[in-house]
Design a protein around this ligand. Sequence first.
Ligand SMILES: *[C@@H]1O[C@H](CO)[C@@H](O)[C@H](O)[C@H]1NC(C)=O
Ligand SMILES: *[C@@H]1O[C@H](CO)[C@@H](O)[C@H](O)[C@H]1NC(C)=O
Ligand SMILES: *[C@@H]1O[C@H](CO)[C@@H](O)[C@H](O)[C@H]1NC(C)=O
Ligand SMILES: *[C@@H]1O[C@H](CO)[C@@H](O)[C@H](O)[C@H]1NC(C)=O
Ligand SMILES: *[C@@H]1O[C@H](CO)[C@@H](O)[C@H](O)[C@H]1NC(C)=O
Length: 406
Amino acid sequence: MSLAAFLLLALRTCGFAAAVNIYVASYSGGSQAGNITTLSLLRNPDESYSLSQTATVNTSTNSPSWLTLSRQNNLLYMVDEAINGTANSKGALVVYRTSYSGKLTEVSRTEALIGGVDATFFANGQALVVPHYTGGNLQSYNIDPKGGVKPIETIYIKSRKSNPGPIVQRQEAPHPHQAILDPTRSFILIPDLGDDEVHVFAIDQETHKLTKKESLQTKLGVGPRHGVFTPDLINGKYVFYLVGELTGDIKAYSVTYKPDNGGISFDEVASYAIVNPGVTYPRKQDGSSHVAPAEIDITADGSTLVLSIRNDTTFGTAPPVDSLVHYSISPVNGTLTQKPLVSAYGSFPRHFAINKAGNLMVVPSQLSGKLVILRKNPKIGVFDEKVASVEFAAGANVPVCAVWDE
Ligand SMILES: *[C@@H]1O[C@H](CO)[C@@H](O)[C@H](O)[C@H]1NC(C)=O
Ligand SMILES: *[C@@H]1O[C@H](CO)[C@@H](O)[C@H](O)[C@H]1NC(C)=O
Ligand SMILES: *[C@@H]1O[C@H](CO)[C@@H](O)[C@H](O)[C@H]1NC(C)=O
Ligand SMILES: *[C@@H]1O[C@H](CO)[C@@H](O)[C@H](O)[C@H]1NC(C)=O
Ligand SMILES: *[C@@H]1O[C@H](CO)[C@@H](O)[C@H](O)[C@H]1NC(C)=O
């Protein structure tokens, strides 16, 4: 190691240098060059921030849809959705080694089915599960600290319905949209937009196989997309919040674990439509919402739930600018209280990520090719102050997922 590299490492390890890497996955917009871009966010002595692009890797895939980081092993897992593929097309799971400089080095590439949209560690970081929206299945893998990947199983979701759901265009088949490890680390939950269910699988911690348990079934036409558990028990129970992409709302469930690892039961306690005074959000002919909530997360202190909204154009129509919604979470019963909408500074914020300290959020906007860093205003508990931003080059304009390396 050179002296300069050693000093840089020492500085970073001691926390003096305030630079952090952020990895951003972008769909290609048609060509075979979906990229991962590394951004470096530097906190200046005067508390302002500088954001610069330090590396780009051509993934040689069409549509990197999701990134999951193992900080411990310096490995970044990328899922290629092969979004416009046909039934015979293949997606991929690609693993990159990260570095301080931001450069990513490919360590393995595994062919996968198409439609992968998320990747979640389980079994103490020894396995990974990828839900596939297109194709309606899950693929799981054993992973090792060197970046190796070995398939475990492919699970096809069987629809609970004999006909398409009420929103025919989106609900013609099961569409698993996310994989969530529950707070006890014993179950994987899969929100399924096509089937109006959240599938529950028990984890075998030895074999890493998944066994289906009774699912959470929503009303038809809800379109479950993403969900999140409270980090702590509230009044003795976790609360699970579920995004209904097609209804455009959030549902809250009180969570009860069945004895002997038998599964989870969910009691719906409340449903929250997004409130924007004076505005009635438009609906499609089939009744589903044009305004489509996407990502949901809770700050690590458990106080605030954040939801990104696509296509509400509250903060501009030409060019379109969509919103983020914040809710305070009641510490005694998990009830949500919505705050006024704030700007996402772009169109279609499909994803966002909160940093470890809980004071910054990165928000990529798919349709405007932009990414912003927002700072939380501690007085009102809302991420509403833009402290840095980048615009991606034309043709490289479809950022869909961002992760902090910290
Ligand atoms: C997928 O197809 C749509 C419609 O033709 C196109 O607009 C989009 O750029 C394509 N996306 C990718 C990642 O190829
Ligand atoms: C990205 O990689 C693909 C496949 O390896 C190649 O065809 C394409 O030209 C590359 N694109 C760029 C912009 O380098
Ligand atoms: C966004 O909503 C408008 C109605 O407000 C609708 O006409 C349009 O198709 C929607 N766009 C997308 C990409 O869903
Ligand atoms: C939940 O708790 C809040 C206080 O944090 C209270 O205002 C609200 O009425 C409670 N709601 C229910 C349904 O008990
Ligand atoms: C990917 O990176 C290459 C090389 O930097 C660039 O030419 C291309 O436009 C980028 N494409 C995307 C989709 O980001």
